[in-house]
Design a protein around this ligand. Structure first.
Ligand code: AMP
Ligand code: GLY
Length: 425
């Protein structure tokens, strides 16, 4: 079949790599794609949120499946757009409906859902801009640290952890009354701080049946030892060594099953990925966030470990018979190291020549922020530039191979974290 993939990051390069491998994929297009996706299909210059242009392209090119990478088109309702059109509704859109994407699009919605279905999560309360005084009083009655979350999408920046009550109150004023995060902060979730260790679980669901993909842990802070500013993610490992069978059974019983049951109960159409961000507190899993898509760079570590045909799984997601499928996973651990531009996650450099891309070995190199020059050279064009994934029987060895390759590829101002995975070895 002909497939269209939406998005342009390292995650989408990984999806393109996996989809193009499938015997079921006759032709892959990526909108808009990047320098990396071009090796696996044809990039077309349409934005992932330009639904009219996407629909037009799908009809003209006989596309039968649309795989959605990022959250933006999902939260804006790309699934519903296709479903509402007689000529498009047969297309298999892999991603949740607009209602389902609210699990990520509204923290308040997610918290209400978690609470309603008795899924373990931190205690919380939600306030709007007219309730600033109540919000401040609420903070007074809680312990610190305390977590403030802008309700809407804030490009990964909407979560603030406050060590002091005064800091939390100031932050609340900025979010609720000074629009620090724009409309995303019109509502703020105030949440209990959970102290534990984080990991991520990824679910592929047809809305009724589901498969749990390999676990992963990402490294969000810019600095070694998890210090400094938050980023989109500086690396990932899969599987998570401390995700024992016992813990995963708890996740399945206490979190995944009630999540899927809740979606059904709410009559929410959900045919795609659920990314469940967990905090493990004294061996017990708590949900700290849902995302309605795969993670970046977790995808770069998780998907290449999957032996099953991804397109075949997607067809079952669309048909609703995922219960007939088994997930086959390769017996290797994976480590992903992200190469970033100097300055990231703040203002960063661009247009630096990338050298030694051909000199790497024993790794997959996924492009995120790169661009091809007229002469065919590749230059940097983003904060996160490349993601390098390596595999080995032992996680430690996979990390070492990825780091070795991170040292080989070069560009001015290259930065990467050399401690990916070291906290869990
Ligand atoms: P998010 O943007 O929802 O991924 O949150 C960003 C980060 O904030 C998470 O990866 C956690 O490290 C942290 N975080 C979010 N909620 C909590 C919480 N309730 N307790 C402790 N840390 C949290
Ligand atoms: N790596 C975190 C995310 O994709 O949200």
């Amino acid at each position: 079949m002909k497939i269209l993939l939406l998005g342009s990051g390292g995650r989408e390069h990984t999806f393109a790599y996996m989809i193009a491998k499938s015997a079921l994929c006759e032709k892959l297009f990526i909108a808009p794609g990047n320098t990396g996706t071009e090796k696996h299909g044809e990039n077309i210059s349409i934005a992932a949120t330009d639904f009219d242009a996407i629909a037009d392209f799908v009809l003209k090119n006989g596309i039968e499946m649309v795989v959605v990478g990022p959250e933006d088109p999902l939260v804006k309702g790309v699934y519903d757009y296709f479903l509402a059109d007689e000529k498009l509704k047969h297309v298999a859109v892999i991603g949740p409906s607009k209602a389902g994407a609210q699990l990520e699009g509204s923290k308040d919605f997610a918290k209400k859902f978690l609470q309603h279905y008795n899924i373990p999560t931190a205690k919380y309360a939600t306030f709007t801009s007219t309730q600033i005084e109540e919000a401040i009083k609420y903070v007074d009655d809680q312990n610190v640290p305390i977590v403030l979350k802008a309700d809407g999408l804030a490009a990964g920046k909407g979560v603030v952890i406050c060590e002091l009550k005064e800091e939390a109150k100031q932050e609340l004023r900025e979010m609720l009354t000074q629009q620090k995060f724009g409309a995303a902060g019109d509502k703020v979730v105030i949440e209990e701080f959970l102290k534990g260790i984080e990991m991520s679980v990824f679910i592929l669901t047809d809305g009724k049946n589901y498969l749990t993909l390999p676990t992963a842990k990402d490294y969000k802070r810019i600095g070694v030892g998890d210090t400094g500013l938050n980023t989109g993610g500086m690396g990932a490992i899969s599987p998570v060594p401390f995700a024992t069978d016992e813990l995963m059974k708890k996740v399945d019983e206490q979190i995944t099953k009630p999540t899927i049951a809740g979606l059904q109960q709410e009559k929410i159409i959900y045919k795609g990925f659920i990314y469940i961000g967990l905090m493990i507190v004294n061996g017990e899993p708590y949900v700290i966030e849902y995302n309605c898509r795969m993670g970046d760079p977790e995808t770069q570590a998780v998907l290449p470990r999957i032996k099953s045909d991804l397109v075949d799984l997607f067809i079952s997601v669309h048909k609703g018979n995922l219960n007939e499928k088994k997930l086959e996973v390769l017996p290797y651990a994976a480590a992903t190291v992200v190469l970033a531009s100097r300055g990231y996650p703040e203002k960063f450099e661009k247009e630096k020549l990338i050298s030694n891309l051909q000199q790497t070995n024993e790794c997959l190199v996924f492009h995120a922020g790169t661009r091809m020059r007229k002469n065919g050279d590749i230059e940097t064009n983003g904060g996160r530039v490349l993601a390098i994934t390596s595999f080995s029987r032992e996680l430690k060895d996979a990390v070492a191979i990825a780091i070795r390759n991170a040292e080989i590829i070069d560009f001015e101002g290259k930065y990467f974290r050399g401690d990916i995975g070291k906290d869990v070895f």
